[in-house]
Design a protein around this ligand. Structure first.
Ligand SMILES: [Fe+2]
Ligand SMILES: [Fe+2]
Length: 482
């Protein structure tokens, strides 16, 4: 009998779901395992598969003390299947089945919907590893390199988490979907990943930090709403993934914060007052704040597209079916069925951006996106505090939701970051002021020089305040020549 809190690492596939007594699923996962390792070797961090990396591995699902740290070669990382402990007598917190006991099996009528949601979530996990696979070579420190690899192995584990659900609950078609998850490739013309933001490039470390700040945060919102699901194994899986996801956003937020800090300090030291004097700032070997704002505009707008259309019958159906809830569903004070409720949605009405009341059920995506925007805005304010403390006159801001969109209400119009609608010609002539241009990309690329000595940091980023696992500043987080 395996234990649901602690994970037994003597087993080939570490887990807390009693796999040894589930021969059918164990066999299916053992069959999938070699393909996964091949994928990791082909698409995982390029050039560092032999390095010893100071990684955390989940050894328990107890929120206090669930991980241990040790040096591991990434291909030897123990990707386990971990579900948060089940809550006693949990009932469904929303939708038509509100108040009923949660399901331990997939209800037949919602099977296709649940499978689709698992596949979409599962597809994002390996995609980000593929997008980030070249970044190890330009890491600004061993500390940052280790954080990147930690995220990568955990996204690999998230893939395992989704594949377990597919194998366990969806039989033949679940196994087929699990194979497809290893076949698609980020950015591929023939078989791309399923969602737009996961086919974009992550060319440099500022992009990586923006991605983990904005796109992993979309992941958090999706996992939060799936953690509410009436399908309990999905809920428990997502709850444990969220504990890992917190580190990914930490990497994004502290990464951007450290870049902003370094830029402002360098400006002060050199007596540069005008944050918009890009040439002067760049000569200091740091990334100017307007370029950071452009990267922010890009990644925020790409991530907004991940929420889908503002008004969506798919989202309404998933809520109604008690399959996918809202952010912090159980702490919302309403009837959790939303049959008669309304929710304000930003829409394009006769060429103007207006707030329009829509049935709350069909506006589920909009609501989740609003929760996401609030979460992002808090982070932006923390960056602004860093800028204020150095007395530099500049503020970062989220662009308007109509800016640079490919999905939803604003996909067919052009808008400025302030939300002013503009024509295509104005967009074409001005967009380089708002999104990273080729020359911005080339400048950032010129700064991406690897720093591979313990305690060394690139010129454009401040060291972190504390080390991982409380290690000292000169700790050797990655032993490259292993
Ligand atoms: Fe993930
Ligand atoms: Fe993540």
């Amino acid at each position: 009998m395996s234990d649901i809190i602690n994970v037994d690492y003597r087993e080939k596939i570490p887990n807390n779901v009693n796999l040894t007594e589930d021969r059918r699923v164990l066999k299916a996962l053992e069959g999938w395992h070699p393909g996964y390792i091949n994928w990791w070797n082909d698409m995982g961090p390029e050039g560092f598969q032999e390095a010893l990396v100071y990684l955390r591995t989940a050894v328990s699902v107890d929120p206090k003390g669930w991980a241990k740290f040790d040096y591991v070669k990434m291909p030897d990382y123990r990707w386990g299947i971990l579900l948060a402990p089940s809550e006693d007598n949990r009932t469904i917190p929303f939708g038509e089945h509100f108040g009923e006991p949660v399901w331990q099996e997939v209800p037949g009528e919602h099977r296709a919907m649940i499978r689709r949601l698992i596949v979409i979530q599962g597809d994002t996990e390996p995609a980000s590893v593929e997008q980030q696979r070249h970044l190890g070579k330009t890491a600004p420190s061993l500390y940052d390199m280790r954080n990147l690899f930690q995220i990568n192995v955990e996204e690999g584990r998230h893939l395992w988490a989704m594949v377990y659900l597919l194998h366990k609950y969806f039989g033949r078609d679940g196994r087929d979907e699990a194979e497809e998850l290893l076949r698609r490739r980020s950015g591929s013309a023939d078989s791309p990943r399923m969602l737009g933001a996961f086919n974009e490039k992550t060319p440099d470390w500022l992009s990586l930090f923006m991605f983990t700040f904005f796109t992993d945060r979309d992941g958090k919102m999706q996992l939060e709403s799936l953690a509410q699901s009436g399908f309990d194994p999905l809920s428990r899986t997502c709850r444990f993934m969220l504990t890992e996801e917190a580190h990914h956003m930490f990497v994004g937020e502290t990464g951007i914060g450290r870049i902003v800090q370094r830029t402002c300090e360098a400006m002060k030291a050199a007596g540069v007052d005008d944050a918009h004097n890009i040439d002067q700032v760049r000569k200091l070997g740091v990334i100017d704040l307007p370029t950071i704002q452009k990267k922010l505009n890009l990644h925020y707008s790409l991530s907004l597209d991940l929420f889908g259309s503002e008004v969506s019958t798919n989202a309404a159906n998933a809520f109604n079916a008690s399959v996918k809830g809202r952010f912090r569903e159980t702490s919302i004070d309403d009837d959790h069925r939303l049959k008669n409720d309304i929710y304000p949605v930003l829409k394009l009405v006769k060429g103007e951006i207006k707030r329009v009341n829509e049935p709350a059920l069909t506006a589920i995506n909009m609501r989740l996106r609003d929760d996401y925007t609030r979460d992002c805005a808090k982070g932006i304010e923390r960056f602004n505090k860093i800028i204020e403390r150095t007395d530099v006159d500049f503020r970062l801001a989220l662009p308007h939701v109509a800016f640079h969109r490919d999905i939803g209400e604003f996909k067919d119009v052009q808008a400025t970051p302030a939300g002013k609608l503009i024509d295509d010609a104005t967009w074409a002539s001005d967009k380089d002021q708002w999104l990273p241009s080729t020359s911005d990309g080339a400048f950032i690329a010129s700064l991406m020089k690897p720093m591979a000595e313990p305690g060394q940091f690139a010129s454009w980023i401040s060291p972190p305040k504390v080390g991982i696992d409380n290690r000292p500043g000169d700790f050797e987080y990655v032993k490259i020549a292993a």
